[in-house]
Design a protein around this ligand. Structure first.
Ligand SMILES: [Zn+2]
Length: 457
């Protein structure tokens, strides 16, 4: 890698930003225009405290009078949207270099592309170089928080957290645990995985804005001994996360059943080790049974819906309707590198199409659950924060939340500008953004009230 993007934050915290302020206050469900579930101020303002937390958000004239703000204290983004930063609930940073790798489905894709790429992350210098690129790429796309897989190497996570901490990012990540069915140079053992996890938790968990996730890749690459240790670790520390994959691909499911023949289902493999509960996030869940959906709802565990990955690997179509009916915690995931975009707009775009196609194929009658624009933006902000049990900190602009936000240009490309001329409602404008916007619409990104600057290092 010859040149890599680096980045830094400005030194001072913004006092107030003016623009079209929009955020969800609750789950809008599938109502096309759910007035009671969001706040929108066409001429709005967001006010920040000295520590970078949100003080207030609302109508420009009212708020300016309330806080006696002077013009010099206000950064003017009129004509732009101001939203909470996006949250990506599933992504692999050591796979950024193999995004868009041709022709395989899950198990062979891992063997042919992902495992060789991940084997390079034993080298902490390389891992830090890619970490800088990866975090810049998230931020360029307006993603201010993510739940991230490292590689099997402890160094991969030390490197990622070191770079994230410099930017004061709220990220959650973990070292991948794998002790079988993968190349030798990526395998740990139950004992080394335990020691590495404990060292990483001691060094990083709850340091500034960083949190740790126990990260068995999936049941196929972890023995019973290792999943047992994962369960012990998950319960031994406050506010730890558990992230893994479930029911993504039909071959993967039959392999998991062969390896764990007595488990009632794939998800029950994890549940049997105490791995299904609050702050556990399962990527994909495309082929879950009724029992498995019920278990997720009962345990208040979350799913990550990764449409670009699911389409790219031909894995299947996520059952959004079922997840909506069962009120299961849900966020969106890019799943880079099997996913094909870091952009949450592109992720929303493909999620909408997956929901459409799932309905057509399954001929569902009545109770049609389309992915509305309000719901899509909810899933990328407050819904994801709830899935991660971080909604007391992130996802909206209520007072006291952390000041991670983005400034969106709704007219960043010729087609966006042209199409926006022909919109009448907020719902329409949001839907156009969700279908047509990309990183070009992300004009500014703020982390705890400080503006992020991209640069070369
Ligand atoms: Zn994944």
């Amino acid at each position: 890698m010859q040149t890599v993007s680096g980045s830094e934050l400005s030194h001072s915290t913004a006092r107030a930003v003016r623009g079209s302020v929009f955020f969800l206050t609750d789950d809008p469900g599938i109502e096309p225009d759910p007035l009671d579930y969001y706040e929108f101020y066409d001429d709005g303002i967001l006010v920040l405290g000295d520590d970078g937390h949100i003080l207030d958000a609302g109508d420009y004239n009212q708020i300016v009078a309330k806080y006696r703000l002077s013009v010099s204290e206000i950064t003017d983004f009129r004509g732009r949207f101001i939203l909470p930063g996006f949250i990506d609930t599933h992504i692999h940073y050591p796979q950024a270099e193999i995004i868009a790798a041709y022709g395989e489905q899950l198990v062979h894709w891992l063997e042919k592309y992902a495992y060789p790429a991940e084997s390079r992350y034993a080298d902490i210098v390389y891992a830090r170089t890619v970490s800088r690129f990866f975090l810049s790429e998230l931020l360029r796309n307006g993603v201010t928080t993510a739940l991230i897989f490292g590689s099997a190497h402890k160094a991969s996570i030390d490197a990622l957290f070191t770079e994230a901490d410099k930017l004061n990012l709220r990220i959650i990540a973990g070292k991948v645990m794998m002790d079988r069915n993968a190349p030798d140079n990526l395998l740990d053992t139950p004992e080394t995985a335990k020691a590495d996890n404990e060292a990483l938790i001691a060094a990083w968990h709850k340091k500034n804005r960083i949190q740790y996730a126990i990260t068995p890749r999936f049941a196929i690459t972890s023995s019973t001994e290792q999943l047992s240790i994962a369960g012990q670790l998950y319960h031994a520390h406050d506010d730890l996360y558990l992230q893994t994959h479930v029911a993504e691909n039909l071959n993967e499911i039959s392999l998991a059943k062969k390896l764990y023949p007595t488990a009632k289902s794939y998800l029950h493999v994890y549940a049997n080790f105490g791995l299904v509960g609050p702050r556990s996030i399962f990527a994909h869940g495309i082929h879950l049974t009724e029992d498995e959906f019920d278990l997720l709802a009962e345990k208040k565990a979350a799913l990550s819906f990764c449409p670009t990955s699911n389409l790219f690997l031909g894995s299947g179509l996520f059952n959004f309707n079922k997840v909506h009916q069962k009120n299961i915690l849900l966020g969106l995931g890019s799943d880079v590198g099997a996913g094909t975009s870091f952009s949450m707009f592109q992720t929303m775009n493909e999620a909408y199409k997956v929901v459409q196609l799932h309905q057509t194929i399954n001929q569902q009658s009545g109770n049609k659950a389309l992915l509305t624009p309000f719901k899509a933006f909810y899933l990328a902000t407050l819904g994801a924060a709830r899935a991660l049990y971080l909604d007391n900190k992130l996802g909206s602009f209520l007072p006291g939340k952390e000041g991670d936000f983005i400034v969106l240009n709704p007219e960043a490309t010729p087609i966006l500008k042209f199409r926006m001329l022909n919109t009448q409602s907020l719902a329409e404008r949001l839907f156009v953004l969700m279908m047509l916007a990309d990183d070009r619409s992300i004009e500014s990104v703020y982390i705890m009230g400080r503006r992020w600057h991209e640069g070369n290092i």
